[in-house]
Every structure is written in C-alpha cells, then in structure tokens.
Design a protein around this ligand. Structure first.
Ligand code: LLP
Length: 401
C-alpha cells in the first residue's frame, strides 16, 4: 500500500483497513468448520465501523455484541438479528429489551440475577428469551491478565454447578428457552491446550444437559485467537478447528465462534506523521501526530506493535515513539530502532485493525482519527475525522452565556 499517498489524501492520524484481507481471514475461520453447521459471529468490539460490518455481512458473518450500541450497529449494517448474539456481564434492562424486541439469536447469561432479569423483561414483553449460559471453566488461558476471562477469579460467567442450576431453572420457565452454551476464556490466545480443556468441560456439560432433556443447539466456543504482533507463536487455525470438531464429536450442535482480533487485527494500519525529533540527554524521541487517544494498547497492555518509517532506508538508531499527549504513558514504542526522521515522514503502526479505533477517546480534546478502507486496489473514506464541533456538541448548549 502507498501509505504516503493515503496519508496525504486523508490526513493523519489515519486508520487504514485492508478489506480484502479481512474477508480472507473471515473465510479462514468459516472454512475450518465447513464440515459442520457453523456461525461466525464477528466480535464487534474489535472494530465496529459500519462499513466494515457491512463488508463482513456480505461475506455471511453474524455479530457478537456486548452492548445495545453494538447490536444497533450490527443491525444498521444489515446483519440479520438471527445471526446476532449478545454477551457481557452487565446488561441493562433497556439493552435486554432491545435484544428481545429485535429477536436476536440468543442472549449469553452471566449470572443468576441476570437470568432473572432477562426472564422478567421477556415476561413483560410477552416473549420467550432464547438464552445460553456463559461457563467459566476455571482454566488459565496464559495471556495478559487484563484480557484473561476464564478463571474463577475473573468476573465472567458462572461455574459448572451454577450453570446446571440455571439451565434447569430456564427449562422450567415459560419465558426462557435455553438453546446454547457459551465460553470465552480470553483474548490473544497463543496456546491450544487451555482452549481444548475448556471445550472439553463445556462439552461434558452439554452431554449432562441432554440427559436432562435440555436440548442445546448452539455451542459457542468464544473468540480469542491471537495474531502475530511481533514473534508470537500462533495456534494453527486448522489444529484449532480439528480440536473443536473432535471435542464436539457426537454432539448435534451448530458451532458458534466469536473472533474479533483474528479477523480484523492484522488488516489495520495506523498512519501518523512525524512532527519533531528531539533528544533529552542521549535519549532520542520521535514525536508523531498520533497519540494514546488513537491507540491505547501500548500504554494499557504494554502491547508491542511493529512500527516503520515509510519508505525510508537511512541508518537506524534507538528511539522512543511518542504522541503529543501530556503524560509519559503516551507512547507507541520504547527503545526501538528507526531511521532518522524528518518532518512529515509517515510512521506506520502495524496490526491496529482490532481494538484500535474502538478504544480511542477524546483525551486532551483530540478528535478521533479518519478511517479508510482499501479494497481491490481502491481506497475510500469509511469514517470522517472527528471535528471540534463534533467533540463539543454534547456540552456546548449547557455552557450558558
Ligand atoms: N467474545 C467475548 C465474550 C469477548 O469478551 C471477546 C473479547 C471476544 C469474543 C473477542 O475476542 P478476540 O477474538 O478479539 O480475542 N482490548 C483488548 C482485548 C479485549 C478483548 C475483550 N473480549 C486488546 O486490545 O488486546
């Protein structure tokens, strides 16, 4: 891609998404389950741009949503409600109501109190809520603690015994229909074994439920497949698929997956422009026009993203790449080797398609970045840069004279 041309045309900071690669990655996952009924519910939280959702919809993707906002985005982008599922530990009544009124595929239940709320809302609407229970299998997924979700010390899901109680309760309720099981043990997973152990535990639960005449039709294995940011050893996607097919042997269920990062992560680039270089003592800083409000992953998770100065082959030396925000946590990379830079050089931050724009903010009153799609060699804007007027509109009218 000609990042210089794109940066000049759209301005910086700018997220660029490779729409062709996104479909390739979606198809990778769809194909590993082609021997079975399956539904790939893309995790909207990774990147919720409407054009991107529309693009995935044309390939046949469903959506895994964690708020009413995400459900509304998915529906707006054309994803059919019967391909939408709703997860999350803290669903509010209005969110449950919206999900039920739009007849989405199922709601993932994360506690007994939540099940009671869903039952109550369904009753008030005169509906039957299709549900699945999120099982917390108490397995260590061996990833960053902030994105590990399958241990009892994490807030997610319920243990197996509680799950059984919830399924029996749901089976006996006229307003609940238990149709699925759900698990998701963490994100950026690089080891197959913990996922296998979790799938095994949940598959045994499904067999127990069948014995209780509770007919589970959907087995949701969650998301979490890692991408390569630096030198991570990745799970082979075919091994992943094969493992799931083997663990689910004999179960007549539709396999649901919720990949986010795997589908969009390595299709995104954050383009920023060099403003200045400076040295404090012997420490070299490259100051760019993007910042932690655009991409918070390095600051929040100590995440490493590959960084290059576009089209520059000068001699390299160690530097720290920082943004203009007023705190030392505002960096993209520390002590990496880059060529010497000049004003307006383009610095490309790789693998920013997932949890980049969706985690961006207005910190320091900086508008959110422009978003661009590249497809079949053509580029187009799929999200304008946020203006000053956009940013102030919610509090401007309350300011008074
Ligand atoms: N399903 C559930 C229930 C989830 O909580 C998540 C991610 C996914 C699916 C998708 O996971 P993925 O396939 O993308 O790994 N902001 C963090 C990642 C947070 C993940 C939260 N849940 C980051 O930038 O690394």
């Amino acid at each position: 891609m000609d990042f210089k041309k794109l940066a000049t045309k759209y301005g910086t900071p700018c997220f660029v998404y490779d729409f062709d690669n996104i479909i390739k990655k979606y198809n990778d996952i769809k194909n590993i389950f082609k021997a079975r009924k399956s539904l790939v519910c893309y995790a909207v939280k990774a990147n919720s741009n409407l054009s991107l959702l529309k693009h995935l919809n044309t390939a046949g993707a469903g959506a895994d949503c964690v708020s009413v906002g995400e459900i509304r985005r998915a529906i707006l982008a054309g994803i059919k409600p019967y391909r939408i599922i709703f997860s999350g530990v803290g669903k509010k009544d209005d969110e449950i109501e919206y999900a039920l009124q739009h007849d989405i595929l199922f709601i993932n239940i994360e506690s007994s109190q939540e099940l009671a709320r869903v039952e109550q809302v369904a009753k008030e609407l005169g509906k039957v809520a299709r549900i699945s229970v999120r099982i917390n299998p108490d397995i260590n997924p061996k990833t960053h603690s902030y994105i590990s979700t399958g241990l009892h010390e994490n807030k997610f899901g319920v243990d197996i015994d509680e799950a059984k109680r919830l399924y029996i309760y749901a089976k006996n309720s006229p307003h609940l229909e238990p149709i699925g099981v759900h698990m998701h043990i963490g994100s950026q997973l690089t080891q197959l074994q913990p996922i296998k152990e979790a799938v095994n535990i949940v598959a045994n639960l499904v067999r127990n439920l069948q014995a209780l005449k509770i007919d589970i039709k959907f087995f949701d294995v969650g998301g979490g497949l890692a991408i390569r940011y630096t030198d991570e050893k990745l799970i082979d996607i075919h091994d992943y698929g094969q493992m799931i097919l083997e663990e689910l042997h004999g179960l007549d269920v539709t396999i649901v997956t919720e990949p986010g990062r795997y589908i969009v992560g390595d299709s995104g680039y954050l383009l920023t422009k060099v403003l200045y270089e400076k040295a404090n003592d012997s420490k070299r800083f490259v100051i760019v026009d993007g910042a932690m409000n655009d991409l918070i992953r390095p600051s929040l998770y100590q995440a490493t993203h590959r960084i290059e100065v576009y089209d520059k082959a000068d001699e390299k030396s160690l530097c720290t790449v920082v943004g203009p925000i007023c705190e030392s946590g505002d960096f993209f990379a520390k002590d990496i080797s880059l060529p010497s830079t000049a004003r307006d050089d383009i610095v490309v931050i790789h693998d920013t398609g997932a949890y980049g724009y969706t985690m961006s903010s207005n910190y320091n009153s900086r508008g959110k970045a422009v978003q661009v799609a590249v497809q079949d060699g053509d580029d187009r804007c799929i999200g304008a840069a946020e203006t000053f007027d956009d940013m102030i509109k919610l509090d401007l009218e309350y300011m008074g004279e």
